[in-house]
Design a protein around this ligand. Structure first.
Ligand SMILES: *[C@@H]1O[C@H](CO)[C@@H](O)[C@H](O)[C@H]1NC(C)=O
Ligand SMILES: *[C@@H]1O[C@H](CO)[C@@H](O)[C@H](O)[C@H]1NC(C)=O
Ligand SMILES: *[C@@H]1O[C@H](CO)[C@@H](O)[C@H](O)[C@H]1NC(C)=O
Ligand SMILES: *[C@@H]1O[C@H](CO)[C@@H](O)[C@H](O)[C@H]1NC(C)=O
Length: 391
């Protein structure tokens, strides 16, 4: 037997040994040297398992249940040779070493066409160790996002839990056809900038049947997002479901075809929010946004369009936003506001909001009297709604 046939024989033998119940080639991280003690950095073992799975059509990186692996970081980069599966049934835990807080991301999936990140496992971002600096001083640095999905298409993320990210939990950028289902995203209400899922420059993104409770937006939709469908999401605590901030940077892309349906928001700061900077650096358009069948429970700002967004008062207060908001429907939005003001539409003086429709809106102040609506520069209609119009 010559060397090359020996190698192919061994490869075949190896492949046959490592198949899961579906007959997929299964690359178990412990076979690559990962140590399930929660203390030994298994970064290299995971990288090696990924390389194998990525080369193999249908290849599976397998993280076994009841095992905890410390991962200082993970860069899972394609292109791959067909569908690649990251089957996580155990727990990955991020390092608490403050030096690693300077990284922008903990775990990255990049340049993969056909990706499944599935299982009942946990991404534990070890956030508490790095939130402290933001609580104790105003000098709060950026920290790593737990899961970065970049340049990925035809992906499913399901079943997993993301716990206590240092900064954002999941970002989806420059991607298309991404389905997120049955995920749990959790961080305390007072954890800084722990947004649940941030979507930008991506299309055909579905988020369904998931629960998200964080210290910032449950879902935030940035520039260049289109055909996003959020359905069956329970949000809270957190800052609600947001489009924006938009207009902070030059050259931002439009946001269109966003639907949010059958969602619950409980004890959140905001409910359904669109925010744009004033003055703005770009003049992108937000169009065709539909919110339907939304239950709000004790939400401070239930419905808010704020085109004068300027955190930390860092902007020139005289400017207006050039971001155009056009076509936003609120169908059967109901529940309780924690404040008197249930609807606040503060649109741009230079580009008023167009075609804002409320149908079947029912908002009360804590279950008592109807909430009020306050609007400026907004072209709006209220049908069968309470509040029944702007005051
Ligand atoms: C998450 O990781 C931290 C260590 O950073 C650990 O103390 C905590 O128990 C873990 N939580 C879970 C639920 O695994
Ligand atoms: C999103 O991806 C694009 C294209 O790769 C890149 O230019 C941009 O910097 C990314 N944005 C973020 C927030 O990472
Ligand atoms: C959004 O997703 C839900 C659940 O999968 C589905 O019923 C609904 O038709 C979708 N809506 C749009 C506009 O795609
Ligand atoms: C929202 O709350 C209602 C009533 O409690 C419940 O039936 C529904 O399943 C909840 N939906 C989600 C997405 O949690």
């Amino acid at each position: 037997m010559n060397i090359s046939s020996l190698i192919s024989f061994l490869f075949l033998f190896f492949s046959i040994l490592n198949v899961d119940a579906n007959g997929q080639p299964n690359f178990i991280v412990t076979s690559f040297g990962a140590v399930a003690d929660g203390k030994t950095d298994s970064k290299q073992a995971f990288a090696n398992a990924w390389t194998k799975a990525c080369q193999t059509p249908g290849g599976v990186v397998s993280v076994p249940a009841k095992n905890t692996f410390l991962l200082s970081g993970g860069e899972f980069v394609g292109p791959c040779n067909g569908l690649t599966v990251f089957q996580i049934d155990g727990t990955l835990v991020a390092s608490t070493d403050p030096k690693l807080d300077d990284l922008k991301y903990w775990i990255t999936f990049d340049n993969v066409d056909g990706l499944n990140v599935v299982g009942n496992g946990v991404f534990n971002g070890s956030g508490p160790s790095s939130w402290a600096q933001c609580r104790s001083s105003s000098n709060c640095k950026n920290r790593p996002t737990s899961l970065k999905i970049h340049a990925v298409s035809d992906a499913t993320i399901s079943g997993i839990t993301s716990l206590n990210s240092k900064m954002f939990h999941i970002t989806i950028n420059n991607s298309k056809n991404v389905r997120i289902a049955n995920v749990q995203i959790t961080a305390p209400a007072d954890s800084p900038n722990t947004d649940g899922i941030h979507i930008s420059k991506s299309s055909y993104v579905d988020i369904t049947e998931s629960s998200i409770g964080t210290g910032d937006d449950c879902v935030s939709i940035g520039d260049g997002a289109s055909n996003v469908n959020i359905s069956g999401v329970a949000c809270g605590p957190g800052h609600g479901i947001s489009i924006g901030s938009l207009g902070k940077y030059a050259g931002e892309q439009d946001v269109s075809e966003i639907t949010v349906s059958n969602c619950n928001l409980t004890n959140t700061d905001n409910g359904l929010r669109i925010k744009t900077f004033a003055p703005s650096m770009s003049s992108n358009v937000v169009s065709d946004v539909t919110y339907s069948d939304i239950a709000l429970n004790n939400v401070k700002n239930p419905i808010i369009i704020d085109q004068h967004y300027c955190p930390n008062r860092a902007c020139n207060s005289g400017g207006e936003s050039g971001v155009q908001i056009n076509g936003v429907k609120f169908i059967n939005v109901h529940g309780t506001s924690a404040t008197r003001l249930g609807v606040s539409l503060q649109c741009s003086k230079t580009g008023p909001c167009q075609d804002i429709l409320f149908s079947g809106l029912q908002l009360t102040v804590g279950g008592g009297s109807p909430a009020t609506a306050s609007c400026s520069n907004a072209n709006s209609r209220f049908l069968s709604s309470n509040p029944s119009g702007c005051t």
